[in-house]
Structure formats: C-alpha cells, structure tokens
Design a protein around this ligand. Structure first.
Ligand SMILES: *[C@@H]1O[C@H](CO)[C@@H](O)[C@H](O)[C@H]1NC(C)=O
Ligand SMILES: *[C@@H]1O[C@H](CO)[C@@H](O)[C@H](O)[C@H]1NC(C)=O
Ligand SMILES: *[C@@H]1O[C@H](CO)[C@@H](O)[C@H](O)[C@H]1NC(C)=O
Length: 249
C-alpha cells in the first residue's frame, strides 16, 4: 500500500513538473496550427476607439469596405504565439512600396496615433511569428499577403453575396451560415457591446488558412465560432454607432 502511494506521489509530482515547465518556458514556442486572417468593420472599430475617450477621433477608409486587422498565427483553443522574435524589428521603409494601399486597406482607425504604430504592433506581435511560412517570411511579404487576402475575401463582398448588408440587423447564426455558404468554410464572427444601449455590433470577422495559405475551417480557434449573443440580433452598422439615443421631439 505504502509503495503504491509513493509511486502515485512521484507520478503526480512529475505531472506537475511537466505542466509547470510548459507554462514557464522561457521562450514562447513559435509553433502554431492556423493563420487567422482578421478583418474589422471600421465603423465598429471607430465606435470602440471613441468609447475609450471622448477626445478620440477616427480615420476611416474612403470606400465602404472591411479593413485588415492582421494575420495571426494561432494555436487551437488559445491565443498566440505572440512576439516570437525580437531580433526582427519593424522597419517602416520596407513598406514604402505598399504604403498607399496599406493606408486605405490596413488603416489605423485611431486618428492621431503615431504613424506606423498599428503596423508595427501587428508585425511585432504576429508577423514575427508568421515568418516561418515562406509566403510571410519578411515584413514586406507579411503586409503584402494581408492586402492580397483582403482583395480576395473582403467581407463587404462575402456578406453581400449572402444578402447581409450594412444598416441592418441579423442573428449571428445568419452571418456564420452566410460566410460558410459563400466561402465553403466556417469562419468566426465577433461582436462589440454598447454598454449604454445594450446593442451589439458586428466588429470582426475571422477566416482561417493553413500553412500553405489554403482557406480552412476555423473550428478549434479560441472563442469559435462567435462571442456574440446568439439570442438577439446584432447590428451591422452603416454609421459610427453612438452612445446617445437620438431623441426626437
Ligand atoms: C530571429 O530572427 C533572426 C534574424 O532573422 C534569426 O537569425 C533567428 O534565428 C530568429 N530567432 C528565432 C528564435 O527564430
Ligand atoms: C529597412 O528597409 C529598407 C528597404 O527595404 C532597407 O534598405 C534597409 O536596409 C532596412 N533597414 C534595416 C535596419 O533593416
Ligand atoms: C484627426 O486628429 C487631428 C488632431 O490630432 C484633427 O485635427 C483631425 O481633424 C482629426 N481627423 C478626423 C477625421 O477627425
């Protein structure tokens, strides 16, 4: 009996050792399962930015389109890896040839922030983890691929093909099914809440790619398939939402 207890004790200790070791590993592994391509709806992104301070204003794209948030190498059921290589500093000059396209399509909604800060953030946090993929192996290629994916999969068009249009309300289920019908793959829909009015707005749509950049189902990513309230309708706004109900007299 006693021998058995000691064996069990040692077994549990080693389990603890293994799991703790993983958590405290010095260098986060840059391994991942899928690439998440995240687009955000600029009007909702602007709402969130303005929510965080009355002083904030937004830069919005000229066209009616979804814009890029980032390409995120990701392990299933969790976030990250992130910040994989600090010896790959962001270099603004490398993006000079893409600058005008990025300014419209990978736009920093947060007006007044440091030039390049949004791209620098995406590169440091996600791009440095994506470099193990040939098509994304440097900063220029990472950003150029983002643009290519947007031109092919802009959600304004994908949703329109499913008759989902700005200015209307939908069940998140309708959006998920619409994306699946048009792309033949399952994506993820994320919402933002207006705490004052209780309304929900569609904020991000994520689609997933394998390491050869083939579109795949997003099943298994964190919060799949949605964080939206499935019991109520969500708004796909055609204007920047506000906290103030318009009172008509
Ligand atoms: C980080 O990038 C540098 C420069 O390209 C490279 O030499 C190094 O092997 C990379 N480190 C890791 C952990 O991938
Ligand atoms: C930044 O990119 C430019 C243009 O590609 C290149 O000429 C320059 O050497 C790069 N700078 C660094 C520090 O890598
Ligand atoms: C952006 O911010 C600047 C001040 O930082 C302001 O002058 C400008 O009007 C703002 N642009 C928009 C579109 O609100």
């Amino acid at each position: 009996m006693r021998k058995y207890n000691i064996a069990l004790y040692i077994f549990l200790l080693s389990l603890l050792y293994i799991t703790q070791g993983r958590k405290s590993g010095k260098q986060t592994s840059n391994e991942f399962d899928v690439l998440i391509f995240t687009q955000h709806w600029p009007l909702t992104a602007c709402f969130l930015w303005k929510e965080s301070s009355q002083k904030h204003s937004c830069s919005l794209p000229k066209r009616d389109e979804w814009t890029i948030h980032g390409i995120w190498p990701t392990k299933y059921n969790t976030l990250g890896p992130e910040y994989c290589n600090r010896s790959l500093p962001f270099n603004a000059s490398a993006l000079a040839p893409l600058q005008s396209e990025l300014k419209e399509n990978w736009i920093d909604i947060q007006n007044g922030s440091e030039p390049y800060s949004f791209w620098k953030h995406e590169w440091n946090k996600h791009g440095t983890c994506a470099v193990t993929i040939k098509a994304l192996n440097n900063e220029f290629n990472y950003f150029e691929e983002g643009l290519k994916l947007l031109y092919k999969y802009n959600m304004i068009d994908v949703l329109a093909k499913a008759n989902i249009l700005p200015g209307q309300k939908y069940k998140v289920e309708d959006m998920l099914i619409g994306i699946q019908k048009v792309l033949n793959k399952r994506g993820q829909v994320m919402c933002a809440q207006n705490k004052k009015t209780g309304e929900s707005y569609v904020s991000e749509i994520r689609i997933c790619f394998d390491k050869t950049l083939q579109l795949v189902d997003c099943d298994g990513i964190y919060h799949f398939p949605t964080n939206c309230d499935r019991s109520k309708q969500i708004i796909y706004p055609s204007n920047v939402p506000t906290n103030h109900r318009v009172i008509q007299i």
